[in-house]
Design a binder for this molecule. Structure first.
Ligand SMILES: *[C@@H]1O[C@H](CO)[C@@H](O)[C@H](O)[C@H]1NC(C)=O
Ligand SMILES: *[C@@H]1O[C@H](CO)[C@@H](O)[C@H](O)[C@H]1NC(C)=O
Ligand SMILES: *[C@@H]1O[C@H](CO)[C@@H](O)[C@H](O)[C@H]1NC(C)=O
Ligand SMILES: *[C@@H]1O[C@H](CO)[C@@H](O)[C@H](O)[C@H]1NC(C)=O
Ligand SMILES: *[C@@H]1O[C@H](CO)[C@@H](O)[C@H](O)[C@H]1NC(C)=O
Ligand SMILES: *[C@@H]1O[C@H](CO)[C@@H](O)[C@H](O)[C@H]1NC(C)=O
Ligand SMILES: *[C@@H]1O[C@H](CO)[C@@H](O)[C@H](O)[C@H]1NC(C)=O
Ligand SMILES: *[C@@H]1O[C@H](CO)[C@@H](O)[C@H](O)[C@H]1NC(C)=O
Ligand SMILES: *[C@@H]1O[C@H](CO)[C@@H](O)[C@H](O)[C@H]1NC(C)=O
Length: 885
């Protein structure tokens, strides 16, 4: 099943949750193993009065209800400790003669568990399937019919489109139980079969109903009853779950319940819920002997390894996929060409960071190597627990690894080891640091007789009338004695030369450094511009004079050296600074934290595409600066803030968006995204569609911002914490499950924006009851049983017609479908919105046929003005300065 050791630890944690404190104490040894058929053979099958089992081969793992099966390891991209589990349950109920109503239910294995992102397949013949949310409300989920006898279960399941099988999603969060009712349809011809009349040849579809899980995510944590936070729970030691040393408590929302979870602290991995469960992430003594230490001609020194129990930590486990061609892989397809334990550097040819939750790797901008640390502890912290301290060799020392440089995406900080001066080798193994014989390694180091010592060397002089012979490495009789005078002359000359050299070194040291910096910039510039120009020339001759190339100096001046007071927005993707150019133009300068070198080409490609995009609802790319490793992007400054601010912020300057404005802005934004997806020469994904990325210009027209560049960023910290919460905000759940991003992910996010406009609530909001809720879950949940009109915001209800509310709601519902392929395209969304606006306009016209009031057309269909490329400083100063992107 491919569990990593820490996953297994987590599973054990899950298994013991329901067993209570005694079980925790029993399992408190901290010993953690990966379940396998062999190990399971000796496993106890009971614990107290609860029995559990791994009933099949290969082993299947069930949660303690014996019902909910663990399908997979920890889902993609979650940090190791995060409690999100892919689970499944199934039900199969035989038909009983004369019975037309069947109940099926699932209950979470405990109160600490909540399910979300559920997709179920129902099979059977001629049933309506209802979801019983509570005693009073039931909603039709889907229906299965069997129009012909030839249908088999296998065929029906393939498409699962209503014939013998139907599929439905329940994307609401925080579900702790599910109840369904299968109600036989009136026109059913199945009755005869059940009563044993007529056909006896039909497939099993006619004999039973079943429910199978396609997708289901189970989040877990410890529900907080009254206590407000971690500090409060931690006070009562008898009920506090984070019992391991080095564990920490974090407050999270599990589904809709305020909860807390335990994590192992910095430098530790494992199970925080048992005593001694958090083990140092670094194990200096893995058990296996005779580990293979090379992959073809690449050597793989400890702490790295090629097999389980050969590396000091999981992230140092590499995969030698082909020894013949020395193909060494780390993480997801990153090719390693060299590991240098002395320098703490790994040379990765694809030049990208290995993907791990919190990887012990950092890339520097100066070189193209990965730096690595052994654990994210300081030297001081690490030395406190000597059993896990990595620098085990005599004559080794500890060194901090900091990622202080600009543009480093992964700010991993930790320590590594190094042999002290005079020693060389592998500081991570016993006696790995060996004395360097300087006399051998650096011939001529003394210019005379050289004597090695442990950790050093010393020089002596040849006795008089002898001379050092470098070949023989000893003093030999001098054959010709040089004249004293010559010696003096040479001595003076050399002294003077050295003096000159020293002076010039001092004088030119600074200039030299500046020269190097300049060269570096030049190098990046050439690399980046070369690519950019290539793209521009090959695509559009006119593009190059539209996009300005800025120098780094110019932008440093414009942003006062990237001063913190100039930061407009800050996020996982990077920083946006406000810049004032020398001609007083105000611009927004985006400094990305992208680092994947392999994707720089793609990035440049997009810069080239974006520079040609001249869409009135897309923030104009003004230019870029190519003198840094990752180009800086200079955008048009958009003065009126974001849609998010106007919708949700109390300080929106008293400006309220009318329903007309909402429809218009939504249409404009949809048009912009649709254009990006299809009209641009290459499909560009936005990847980060949200109301705070829909900016509003002076006329309150939508300007979609922050696209393209975001594609280069792997799931960032905010995403990860959103996942941990089990609430998804704008994140496409399919993307979360598969890691595959496509244009339908943008459609999903846009669906959330539509909900924000309709409900006037934030993507994650605090409900009346004070609990935090996910907007899309809330909407999908409520809309199953309540009329949409009741859910919409008061202002929307006053302004919009019922039909409009329904249309927007159903459009949003389609955008939020769990499966990307079932969502409409952005073009379809745009057209649907446009149709709504046209209808609204026509009904407005009809109502005001003879009136001279043209206010609607002015607001709704404002004439597109040529967009101003530059706002003056004064204009900008008047408008609010705080514009997050
Ligand atoms: C783990 O198990 C081994 C073998 O049973 C035992 O020797 C060791 O002490 C255990 N470790 C801990 C931390 O309990
Ligand atoms: C199914 O559930 C309904 C409502 O909970 C109940 O009235 C009915 O008796 C149940 N039917 C069966 C067959 O259990
Ligand atoms: C089935 O038909 C009967 C009468 O023909 C009707 O009362 C009942 O509501 C129908 N049930 C369903 C589920 O349509
Ligand atoms: C029953 O199935 C067999 C083979 O599957 C088929 O040849 C036969 O025609 C079927 N009988 C009826 C009554 O459908
Ligand atoms: C559920 O149905 C879908 C088709 O809609 C299919 O791809 C999937 O494999 C089915 N899942 C299960 C568990 O049968
Ligand atoms: C601590 O928790 C236990 C178990 O929940 C409870 O019985 C006890 O009253 C709590 N003690 C305090 C001081 O709150
Ligand atoms: C390690 O390899 C050597 C030589 O191949 C062998 O003699 C020895 O038994 C091996 N040790 C273990 C524990 O496998
Ligand atoms: C190297 O290690 C040896 C043995 O621990 C110690 O005696 C010696 O002082 C160390 N030398 C240096 C330079 O640290
Ligand atoms: C790393 O950072 C720590 C704390 O900020 C500092 O003490 C240490 O000197 C730094 N190490 C290096 C190599 O820069």
């Amino acid at each position: 099943m491919g569990f990593l050791a820490h996953d297994a630890a987590l599973l054990i944690a899950v298994l013991i949750l329901g067993f209570g404190g005694e079980a925790a104490a029993m399992l408190a040894s901290g010993n953690v193993t990966v379940p396998s058929a062999a190990t399971l053979a000796h496993c106890p099958k009971t614990c107290g009065d609860i029995t559990f089992d791994y009933p099949t081969q290969p082993p299947r793992l069930f949660l303690n209800d014996g019902d909910t099966e663990l399908v997979d390891g920890i889902p993609f991209a979650l940090p190791a400790n995060s409690p999100g589990l892919d689970v499944a349950f199934s039900r199969s109920i035989p038909m009983i003669s004369g019975v037309d109503v069947y109940n099926v239910s699932w209950t979470a294995p405990g109160r600490s568990f909540v399910a979300s992102q559920i997709q179920l397949n129902f099979t059977g013949c001629d049933f309506d399937i209802y979801w019983l949310r509570d005693i009073n409300s039931r909603a039709l989920v889907c229906a299965v019919t069997c129009p012909s006898d030839g249908i088999t279960e296998t065929i029906a399941k393939q498409s699962c489109d209503g014939v013998g099988c139907c599929s439905s999603t329940f994307p609401t969060g925080g579900i702790s139980s599910l109840k369904f009712q299968f109600v036989r349809r009136n026109n059913s011809n199945v009755e005869g079969q059940a009563r044993g009349e007529g056909q006896t040849n039909r497939s099993s579809l006619w004999d039973r109903i079943s429910v199978e899980t396609d997708l289901m995510l189970l989040s877990w944590g410890f529900v907080l009853d009254q206590q407000p936070d971690c500090a409060a729970v931690a006070k009562n030691k008898t009920s506090y779950a984070c019992v391991s040393e080095h564990s920490t408590c974090t407050y999270e929302l599990i589904g809709i319940y305020p909860s807390y979870m335990c994590m192992c602290g910095a430098g530790y991995n494992g199970n925080p819920h048992v005593l001694g469960g958090c083990l140092p992430g670094y194990n200096p003594n893995p058990q296996k002997v005779n580990c293979s230490r090379s992959c073809g001609n690449i050597s793989v020194p400890f702490p790295f390894g090629l097999e389980e129990d050969c590396s000091a930590r999981q992230e140092f486990l590499l995969n030698c996929s082909d020894a013949a061609s020395s193909t060494l892989i780390i993480g997801w397809d990153q090719y390693v060409s060299e590991i240098n334990v002395g320098k703490g550097i790994m040379t990765v040819s694809s030049d990208a960071l290995p993907v791990f939750g919190t990887a012990p790797y950092a890339e520097s901008t100066a070189t193209q190597d990965l730096h690595w640390a052994v654990a994210n502890q300081s030297c001081q912290q690490a030395q406190q627990d000597i059993s896990a301290y990595a620098c085990v060799s005599a004559n080794s020392t500890c060194l901090g690894v900091n990622s202080t440089e600009k543009f480093v995406s992964n700010t991993y900080i930790g320590y590594r080891c190094k042999c002290v001066d005079g020693f060389d080798g592998n500081p991570y193994i016993l006696n790995g640091c060996q004395d360097i014989d300087e006399c051998e390694t650096t011939p001529g180091i003394c210019g005379g007789p050289c004597h090695n010592t442990v950790g050093g060397y010393y020089c002596t002089k040849c006795p008089s009338k002898t001379q050092y012979d470098t070949a023989k490495k000893q003093c030999t009789q001098t054959k010709r004695q040089r004249s004293l005078l010559l010696g003096i002359v040479i001595g003076f000359g050399a002294g003077f030369g050295i003096l000159l050299l020293g002076l010039s070194t001092l004088l030119f040291a600074n200039r030299w450094r500046r020269e190097i910096e300049k060269k570096q910039r030049r190098k990046y510039f050439l690399e980046n511009q070369g690519l950019l120009l290539e793209h521009l020339i090959s695509s559009d001759e006119n593009a190059s004079d539209k996009t300005k190339i800025f120098s780094l100096e110019e932008l440093e001046k414009a942003t006062n050296n990237f001063d913190d007071t100039r930061i407009l927005g800050r996020g996982g993707h990077g920083m946006v600074y406000k810049g004032i150019l020398s001609d007083q133009c105000v611009v927004a300068i985006k400094k990305s934290m992208i680092i994947k070198q392999s994707e720089i080409n793609e990035f440049i490609n997009e810069v080239a595409i974006l520079s040609q995009i001249n869409h009135r609802n897309i923030v104009k790319l003004f230019g870029c600066c190519l003198e840094t490793k990752v180009p800086l992007l200079v955008y048009d400054f958009v003065p009126n803030g974001s849609l998010y601010q106007i919708l949700h912020s109390a300080t929106s300057n008293g400006f309220f968006l009318s329903w007309d404005d909402c429809l218009r802005i939504a249409t404009e934004a949809a048009g912009a995204l649709s254009y990006l997806h299809s009209s641009a020469s290459v499909s560009v994904l936005h990847r980060d569609v949200k109301s705070s990325n829909i900016l509003l210009d002076a006329n309150y027209s939508a300007k979609v911002s922050d696209f393209g560049a975001s594609r280069l960023v792997s799931i960032d910290q905010t995403h990860v914490s959103t996942l941990v919460q089990g609430t998804f905000g704008y994140l496409d759940p399919e993307y979360y499950h598969t890691g595959q991003l496509n244009e339908k992910s943008d459609v999903y996010s846009f669906g959330v924006v539509l909900l924000e406009l309709l409900l006037r609530r934030e993507p994650i909001f605090t409900s009346e009851s004070g609990s935090k809720q996910n907007l899309s879950s809330y909407f999908l949940w409520e809309s199953k049983t309540r009329p949409i009109k009741e859910i919409a915001a008061t202002q929307v209800r006053e302004e919009a017609s019922e039909e409009e509310i329904k249309s927007v709601a159903s459009l949003a519902e389609m955008c939020l479908r769990l499966r990307g392929e079932e969502r409409p395209t952005m073009k379809e969304v745009e057209m649907a919105l446009q149709t709504m606006r046209t209808k609204r306009f026509k009904s407005y016209q009809a109502a005001h046929e003879d009136s001279t009031d043209h206010s609607f057309s002015q607001v709704g269909y404002s004439v597109d003005q040529p967009s101003k490329r530059c706002y003056s400083f004064e204009q900008e100063f008047i408008s609010s300065a705080e514009v997050p992107r």
